[in-house]
Design a protein around this ligand. Sequence first.
Ligand SMILES: C[S@@+](CC[C@H](N)C(=O)[O-])C[C@H]1O[C@@H](n2cnc3c(N)ncnc32)[C@H](O)[C@@H]1O
Length: 364
Amino acid sequence: MIDAIIARPAARTHAALHAVPRHLFIPPVGIADASGGGEVVIDRDADPDTWWDAVYRNVPIVTQLDDGTTDLRSGTSGLYSSSNSAPGTVTDFLDLLDPCPGHRVLEIGTGTGWTAALLSHLVGAHNVTSIEVDAALAEQAAKNLGEAGVHPHLITGDGAGGSPERAPFDRVHVTCGIHAVPYAWVEQTRPGGVIVLPYDPGFVAGHALRLTARPDGTASGTFDGGAEYMMMRSQRIIANAEDGTSRETRTRIDPRTITQASPGAALAISAITGLHISSHQETSRLLTWVTDPADPACWSLVIYVPDAGDYEVHQVGDRPLWEEVVDAYFRWLDWGEPGRYRFGMTVTPDGQRVWLDTPDHTLG
Ligand SMILES: C[S@@+](CC[C@H](N)C(=O)[O-])C[C@H]1O[C@@H](n2cnc3c(N)ncnc32)[C@H](O)[C@@H]1O
């Protein structure tokens, strides 16, 4: 059944999927996309058919709300803080990671333990280290893995520091969203080793990133497809906008040009400006917020209404954030509209830089 729901994974990943059934890692109650649209609470005891249907569809299953402070049965609102990712997403990332038998692998974000079990099948459980920040989830993952008969090395704690005592690693597989890559992961990866992670700079889309560690202590690589994951706890993006006196201007740029920009444009704009963007649809208007993560006193709000010649912009603070975003968009257009695959990132002890085509053409 699992074959039918995902695009062809590489042969080794495919074998792992068959060896490690997903249902062993799904809790009795979760939240999943309903087949007819929307999201529903799935309950194995109350409605086994819906539960089994969700487990063997290509959908993520949310396994924790609000860091465990809200009961999953209470509904679909609240912050989704852990999930068992969609099988297609898991296999795409495993293919990108390309773990080989004998590789030492570090996973960040054990969650339900399913990925750790798949990795164990691929490289041997004694080679897998998996870190989960949430103690209750870590305990449940250990149980799930034990019942599946798989015993990787599990750590409860903040994965941002990696696991120096288990390093070096040949592969680092991050399964929570990241906007600032912790250098510890680079330090703990053998030169030639690979780090894959969902890069989410808080601007329109998330992007799968594959970095290769270099002998000079840096890591560099390119973006490869989309990736929407829940953020690492310490890197959650909160659109923080303080009250302030706004200047009202108008823009002729339809804000949807930016909010629906292609992944390449979104990557370029976020790297050039360092800004975040979020949108909220009301009945007859679309509100788009541009915020500066470094300065909550600086933000812009752009209001789209249908059939308008231009649109209201409210700017607060010294930086005209909306104009910066628009300028960055047109720079990207002037470069010939490069797609996501032409962008890359280099991580050094001093931080990270996004570049276009070659590491010397940095943005921002
Ligand atoms: C999408 S889930 C991972 C799914 C998991 N790989 C699986 O197979 O079920 C993301 C996980 O990352 C965890 N997480 C968030 N911040 C973390 C951190 N700083 N260190 C380790 N884990 C973290 C969350 O608690 C959550 O369980």
